[in-house]
Write a protein that binds this ligand. Sequence first.
Ligand code: HEC
Length: 115
Amino acid sequence: MKNLFNLLLKTLSAMCFTMFCLSAHAEVDADGAKDFAKQNNCFRCHGVDKDKDGPAFTKSAAKFKADPKGEEKLLHHLTSGEKAKFPDGHEEDHMILKSDDQSKIKNLVDWILSL
Ligand code: HEC
């Protein structure tokens, strides 16, 4: 009986977690994300749906949306300065996005994933 109760509790908390994730995604502030990307010159190298030196954000969305770790990977990409390959073949460290407000970075990543 106790096991059954535990199982129920686990199921319920998993459901809450899923609902929390879904609602977190619904709350993307697209205008805020675009402003933040503009301030940081992201659009110099990325179009929303057009490749520039870097891939279009819609392409990155398609690549990472299906990945359960997509958000984590993009957060890492934007904050760690991973090597980025440019169309002419040279590589340089990707710009590191900095903000006192981590939620702005997360909102930008969630916006990209929502495209
Ligand atoms: C100087 C040009 C430049 C700037 C500025 C720049 N990027 Fe990039 N970015 C690139 C290039 C080039 C790649 C391709 C990396 C690769 O495929 O190796 C890339 C890759 C990416 C990717 C895909 C990562 C992946 O693993 O597929 C995302 C998402 C991204 N950039 C977001 C941003 C955001 C958000 C900003 C603004 C904070 C930004 N970039 C600023 C050049 C730039």
